[in-house]
Design a binder for this molecule. Structure first.
Ligand SMILES: Cc1cc2nc3c(=O)[nH]c(=O)nc-3n(C[C@H](O)[C@H](O)[C@H](O)COP(=O)(O)OP(=O)(O)OC[C@H]3O[C@@H](n4cnc5c(N)ncnc54)[C@H](O)[C@@H]3O)c2cc1C
Length: 460
């Protein structure tokens, strides 16, 4: 295979973020290459819960024209997400339209969409190193070195995008001077989630499972908040089941705890395991800056995963589309500096930055009240489904005086929780305002970060 030596954009990784960014830029007429270490027929596959939020797909479809998952790309249509505490039957369900996808089939189709607009895909290409150039004493990333069939090759480009998922192969090799304005090289252990997942097929003698059109996150004392066990419907007789927790939680052997929890619903004779595997999820709000001279971070490499639910697929697709649009503008203007693609930071901060920071605050509240507190809130119906929907989608709950009074009466038995709820709602309100002020001028970002951290008690 002949490789191009110079392109406009090199994208490392052909997962959801890489492929959508590539599609956008190539469709505008620019030369784009995707390098992925996997073989061509495996790109897109990933150990995952397989749930994708419809809101992100709506934006993707409306703004890029890419079609929704369909046919063999869909395992089930999701209508609701349930949050359970202590027991699968102690749960509250919220509207959560989406899909359980077949990652390989959906990923392969997106790859074909990218190829159809001219993206060159180089499979079995493992990126090892970054290339640099200097302009007026300023260092720019100018491409990558990769290994293919035992040989090292180089590709030069105006922009290099790290879409390599939690490996973050570019991010982790950037020189120290690039780590400014909140862009970070490594994650803290508390922000890294090891996970284990199985796709199980119920045997024919079993009746269908009871989670059709539903995804369930279950919190229990065995795997306390933020960790959880998940049961996602993968259609008739199939489930995507998994467990994950933060690296600092140290709860013992993940596979053993997984098997123990699953045995509460099915004995090992009831199902066969179709697929199994583990993976790491970066769980924190996106970095405050995702750009550097000559490149940017996308998807998991940029920490685009929801801090409570661990949904990163939709955000990866959606924000990569925004990155693509920003790159097109910068390429038109031949401006390859970080300032030239700052708009991407603004777009991410105003949507996922705000939303995921609010969820991070809410997660800290859940950790504080523990599984027993969540169980209490669910059993006493302190929040109704509509309100929880708002909390999970990062919107404000408007409570009337009567609403507040009713909750006050319920929560009199748990005054600490009452106090914490008041505090979390105040903070999420402030968070909205702060993120609406995310600076369009890079020179103001450090003072914005200081203000955000001191007001919200964060240390990013
Ligand atoms: C167990 C688990 C469950 C999850 N469940 C859900 C869920 O239900 N819903 C949801 O929305 N999200 C979920 N996620 C998160 C979701 O999978 C990710 O957020 C999403 O895949 C991120 O897309 P991405 O393009 O950034 O990275 P990825 O999908 O990880 O793609 C990265 C690509 O880069 C390639 N690559 C890596 N290193 C190199 C290299 N050195 N050279 C060349 N190529 C390289 C890889 O081969 C891969 O193709 C889950 C994650 C895990 C691990």
């Amino acid at each position: 295979m002949e490789f191009p030596s110079q392109v406009d954009v090199t994208i490392v990784g052909g997962g959801p973020s890489g492929v959508v960014c590539a599609y956008m830029v190539a469709k505008a007429g620019y030369k784009v290459v995707i390098l992925d270490k996997k073989s061509r027929d495996k790109i897109g596959d990933k150990t995952c819960g397989d749930a994708v939020d419809k809101a992100a797909l709506d934006r993707l479809h409306q703004e890029s024209g890419l079609s929704y998952p369909s046919g063999n790309e869909v395992s089930d249509i999701i209508e609701k997400m349930s949050i359970g505490a202590g027991d699968v039957d102690c749960k509250i369900s919220l509207d959560a339209p989406g899909y359980l996808v077949d990652r390989l089939n959906y990923g392969q189709r997106l790859l074909q969409n990218a190829e159809s607009v001219g993206v060159t895909i180089i499979p079995q290409a493992t990126v090892r190193d970054i290339l640099y150039r200097e302009e007026n004493d300023i260092r720019f990333v100018s491409g990558v070195k990769f290994k293919h069939n035992g040989k090292i090759h180089e590709i030069g480009s105006h922009f290099t995008i790290d879409a390599s998922g939690s490996y973050a192969v570019i991010r982790k090799q950037l020189p120290e001077e690039f780590f400014i304005n909140g862009l970070e090289k490594e994650l803290k252990d508390v922000e890294i989630w090891p996970t284990y997942r199985e796709i199980i097929q119920l045997n024919e003698n079993q009746s269908n499972h009871r989670w059709m059109n539903e995804i369930l996150l279950l919190y229990k004392d065995d795997f306390p908040i933020p960790g959880y066990f998940w049961i996602f419907s993968k259609g008739n007789h199939q489930l995507n089941v998994g467990i994950g927790w933060s690296k600092v939680q140290n709860l013992g052997k993940m596979k053993d705890l997984f098997r123990k929890e699953l045995s509460n619903y099915y004995s090992e004779n009831d199902y066969s395991v179709i697929k199994s595997g583990g993976g790491q999820i970066p769980i924190r709000p996106p970095f405050d800056s995702l750009v550097f001279n000559g490149g940017a971070l996308a998807g998991d490499a940029a920490c685009m995963v929801h801090p409570i639910t661990a949904e990163g697929h939709g955000p990866a697709l959606d924000t990569a589309m925004r990155l693509g649009k920003t790159l097109i503008n910068a390429l038109k203007q031949k401006n390859y500096t970080r300032e030239g693609i700052w708009d991407y930071n603004v777009a991410v901060a105003k949507h996922y930055g705000r939303k995921h920071t609010e969820s991070e605050l809410f997660k800290r509240f859940l950790i504080d009240i523990e599984v027993s507190g969540l169980e209490f809130l669910i059993k006493k119906k302190v929040f109704n489904e509509e309100e929880l929907n708002l909390v999970f989608s990062g919107e404000t709950i408007a409570l009337s005086k009567l609403d507040i009074f009713k909750r006050f009466l319920i929560l009199l038995q748990k005054p600490k929780i009452l106090f914490k709820i008041r505090s979390i709602f105040r903070k999420t309100d402030v968070c909205k305002k702060i993120y609406s002020e995310y600076p369009t001028n890079p020179s103001e970002i450090d003072s914005w970060r200081k203000k955000r951290n001191s007001t919200l008690g964060l240390s990013y």
